[in-house]
Design a protein around this ligand. Structure first.
Ligand SMILES: [Zn+2]
Length: 75
């Protein structure tokens, strides 16, 4: 049996967040490819990996995967 070195992702429900919060996450983005802030993202999903929460989506402009890492301070 192969171990998954990335660790296990625990899915979380992004859509259980409040509408305002969802909106903020979808708008306040940084795209490495576009080199632009707040171009927005689509297809968000949220998961937890090794105690860190991530929100992953795709850049609205170029489709590059955008990863937002939530530290404890964001809670
Ligand atoms: Zn982009």
């Amino acid at each position: 049996m192969m171990e998954d070195v990335e660790g296990e992702r625990t899915p979380r429900d992004f859509f259980s967040r409040g509408a305002d919060e969802q909106q903020a996450f979808l708008e306040q983005t940084w795209c490495d490819n576009c080199q632009q802030v707040n171009s927005g993202m689509v297809e968000p999903h949220e998961y937890e990996l090794k105690g860190v929460i991530y929100i992953e989506g795709k850049c609205k402009v170029c489709g590059t995967v955008i990863l937002t890492e939530l530290t404890d301070e964001d809670f």
